[in-house]
Design a protein around this ligand. Structure first.
Ligand SMILES: Nc1ncnc2c1ncn2[C@@H]1O[C@H](COP(=O)(O)OP(=O)(O)OP(=O)(O)O)[C@@H](O)[C@H]1O
Ligand SMILES: [Mg+2]
Length: 238
């Protein structure tokens, strides 16, 4: 689904990701772990096409067989890449319905967008009142994460990257989010960037990756996430 080939990324003239080589496959869920500042969000931004993250000449990002490294973020999004930000932004004057109606114009009619939003909001226990507000305006941390998931589902992407969707959500919300994602994973690739093992109890990753200083230093199954939690990253490296 997405293949990182010699991926080297710098920002403000500093190399953050150092020659990554890895293939994220279809129908698989990946957990990406690693200490603060190791480059997890940078990888997410790079795949989504954030212009501040510069790739070097040798870097390739193959998505569905095509090198997308030079493509702008909006093209990548249209082709099926969705990134949920670690800190979702607020959008003044635009409701989630208005945003999705625009994003899906020509693909879904506004009425069905509205109906799907209402249905999903119910499933995800999102308060109705939140839907009529400007996107994320005054929303709590957990509410924002649920709204991110709602947008992801409506946009029907092939590759979903959730940057810390489990941070700041309560135990019940976490269970709802994770179980919902588990039912949504078929025919897609899901990358969960996380610091905690707890979400992985409800959505079991096929692979756990540990990133340190811009490199993937270890791969394993879900037991690796348990080991990280128990022993910390220093033990993993050694
Ligand atoms: N725009 C930027 N300008 C300068 N440095 C940056 C920029 N973006 C990221 N970095 C640096 O790149 C490194 C990796 O950051 P990144 O946000 O990818 O880490 P992370 O693994 O997601 O960490 P966390 O677990 O804290 O979210 C950090 O040292 C960070 O300061
Ligand atoms: Mg991060």
């Amino acid at each position: 689904m997405v293949y990182l080939k010699n991926l080297t990324v710098s920002v403000s003239n500093k190399i953050i990701l150092d020659n990554l080589n890895f293939e994220f496959k279809k129908n698989k869920v990946y957990a990406l772990m690693g200490p603060n500042g190791s480059g997890k969000s940078t990888l997410a931004y790079t795949i989504a096409g954030h212009p501040a993250y510069l790739t070097d000449k040798k870097s390739k990002l193959i998505f569905n067989g095509k090198n997308i490294v030079k493509e702008p973020p909006e093209k990548r999004a249209k082709d099926g890449i969705f990134l949920s930000f670690q800190s979702p932004l607020s959008l003044g004057g635009v409701t989630v319905f208005q945003l999705l109606r625009l994003a899906l114009s020509g693909i879904k009619d506004p009425l069905s967008v509205k109906q799907e939003i209402d249905k999903l909001a119910k499933k995800l226990h999102i308060k109705k009142e939140l839907l009529s507000r400007s996107l994320n305006d005054g929303a709590s941390g957990g509410e924002k994460k649920k709204l991110e998931l709602l947008q992801a589902v409506l946009l029907n992407p092939k590759l979903l990257i959730f940057d810390e969707i489990d941070t700041g959500v309560d135990v019940d919300a976490l269970k709802i989010i994770a179980q919902f994602l588990d039912g949504f994973k078929k025919n897609r690739t899901i990358i969960l960037i996380t610091h905690y093992n707890r979400i992985l109890k409800y959505i079991r990753p096929d692979k756990v990756l540990v990133m340190t200083a811009g490199r993937i230093v270890k791969e394993g199954d879900y037991h690796l996430a348990e080991q990280v939690e128990k022993e910390g990253y220093a033990a993993i490296k050694s």
